[in-house]
Design a protein around this ligand. Sequence first.
Ligand SMILES: Cc1cc2nc3c(=O)[nH]c(=O)nc-3n(C[C@H](O)[C@H](O)[C@H](O)COP(=O)(O)OP(=O)(O)OC[C@H]3O[C@@H](n4cnc5c(N)ncnc54)[C@H](O)[C@@H]3O)c2cc1C
Length: 517
Amino acid sequence: MTDATYDALIVGAGHNGLACAAYLASGGRKVLVLEAGERPGGLAATREFAEGFRVSAAAHLLNMLSPEVAKELALERHGLAYAARNLKTVVLPGNGRQLVIDGDRLEGASANDQAAFTEFQRRMRRYAKVLNRFCARPFPHLTERRGRDNRLLAKLAWDVRTLGKADMRELLRIGAINIHDVAEEQFENPLLKAALSMDAVLGSHMGPRSPNTVYAYLHRHLNDDGQGPALVKGGMGALGDAFAAAAEAAGATIRYGARIASIDLTDCRAAGVTLADGTNLAAALVVSNADLKSTFQLVGPLNLDAGFVRRVHNFRARGVTAKLHLALDGLPEFRGLNPADAGSRLLAATTMDGIEGAFNHAKYGECSPQPVMEVTIATVHDDSLAPPGKHVLSAVAQYAPYALKAGWRAGRETFMHSCLSQLEALAPGIGEQVIAAELLTPPDLEARFGLRGGHWHHGEIALDQALFTRPVPGANHYATPVPGLYLCGASAHPGGGLLGLAGRNAAKAILAGADAA
Ligand SMILES: Cc1cc2nc3c(=O)[nH]c(=O)nc-3n(C[C@H](O)[C@H](O)[C@H](O)COP(=O)(O)OP(=O)(O)OC[C@H]3O[C@@H](n4cnc5c(N)ncnc54)[C@H](O)[C@@H]3O)c2cc1C
């Protein structure tokens, strides 16, 4: 069947694909979104993993969503609601005194650390605000002399200039070192240093001493209002539903269970797609929410220049993050944790060296025997996710390398055991409360959500893969070397996390008639 009813076909209904669909449809384009899975949202998903127990299956905390996207797409009118906002972060010490980060306020730290933290937050928020201006729009072309690009570049340069001499100098200094050294020189409390390091390394193939960790920290704080993350009511899938409702309200059509087997070219130009069931669909534009490597696999290397194929191959997208889900018979009791804080963002990482030590294993294709974790128990705030009196624990656990040397068949049990042992040390008796457990490894995330390498950001967030170089030269302005084919997912600028900006920027670039640089 040939269908040329649509101006644009979008590969994938992740939140970015749906944002792109909504903006394109609002711009008058006829859009069809084709999603391999049965639900919208991609990694913004809620899933029943044991009878009666539902969990945010990948992303579990909302801390980056662009307020412009949320407002323009009226996500709250389309059903987005919060089970809790402004969550505290609590670093679980195992024994001794815990550290609580509540906005800019610290509990369990010295007056010196409080003063240093207030100043650190002020500075980082200023940097993130400027970075956000670079991220909230398509990045201007650096090498072309187009008036629009030149004006935008001048504006961005002015934004940096407004930081002032001291903050600008400090940005250059800390950008060139790493989060370990920054935290070490400014703070005393090891739990605080560990918390800042976790913000920099979550989802990435990096330890606190890795280069690029300061940039990764700033990226995570892009839309930071200083208030702490939120939990979406009904799990993160409700965010996907809201994006889908917004796209449909704008006029886009979404088809589920529609896996794309190839992106088809006519006269070297993207002209449509073929679904796994053999259906051909034609359109003038194909926009991919799939990650970079998957997208160009769908195009086929023979249709691409060898140099570009090499760049795609070299794009670093080695996932190291696993997701642990526990169905619990009751609320676990964490040592030293005020029960009123059980619904906070809990960090199981007590020192920077502990995080670095956990990362060291990943460098050699091994899982960390003592993983570090970001834990949420959403059922404290949202009783729709589990039967009465029961709870669901969701943990982002690192480091679990995609290409595990021993293979995941052998490694799964071991890593699950390591995670449970860490939790048992923090919440004695939790093991006895477990009714069901599930571990999603990076290969599982790849299989379930179609992201090659199972990487949180579809590819490492690092300066060589950021801003005007993301994802790779030739595909760094949403347009690609294949005319008519665009990227709109986390592989594209400004990268991963639930921002909605890659989708919005891609739509803006397409509506403005973007070509590959
Ligand atoms: C374990 C984990 C935890 C995370 N935790 C957080 C968090 O707490 N907070 C946060 O902000 N971010 C988090 N992230 C990151 C965030 O979830 C992602 O960066 C973001 O969701 C990417 O969105 P996207 O729309 O670009 O892509 P995706 O959500 O990956 O969507 C891509 C879509 O394309 C579809 N697709 C792919 N190939 C095809 C094909 N051939 N045919 C049809 N459809 C196809 C997929 O099925 C999918 O629906 C986490 C990521 C992971 C992996």
